[in-house]
Design a protein around this ligand. Structure first.
Ligand code: ZN
Length: 106
């Protein structure tokens, strides 16, 4: 872990995992095991937030890193989950954090 980057709070991790039932958040995948991925790179957000986390299997995580699955899709997957579980507030408006800075260059 790079210096200056705080550890992710355990409670936050648990909440992300519970949200998707401890399975990959991509609805058609649902594979285990899962790992936590950031939808916006840490360097861009500089903090850990629940909204920026998603539980993905290693395969989907790699695909997201490669850009096969884009960030909006990941957010979409999470919103689908919230709707299907019916316990969250309506999120019809695109959250501001999905407007990612143009940091696609490597
Ligand atoms: Zn997956």
């Amino acid at each position: 872990m790079p210096q200056g980057r705080p550890a992710m709070p355990v409670a936050m991790k648990r909440r992300v995992l519970m949200e998707v039932g401890h399975r990959c958040a991509i609805p058609t995948c649902r594979t285990v095991p899962v790992e936590l991925a950031l939808t916006v790179p840490y360097a861009d957000v500089k903090k850990h937030t629940f909204e920026n986390l998603i539980a993905l299997c290693p395969t989907c995580h790699t695909r997201c890193d490669r850009g096969d699955i884009d960030r909006l899709s990941m957010h979409g997957a999470r919103r689908t989950w919230r709707w299907s579980h019916g316990h969250s507030r309506c999120q019809r408006h695109t959250p501001a954090h999905t407007k990612t800075p143009s940091q696609r260059k490597r």
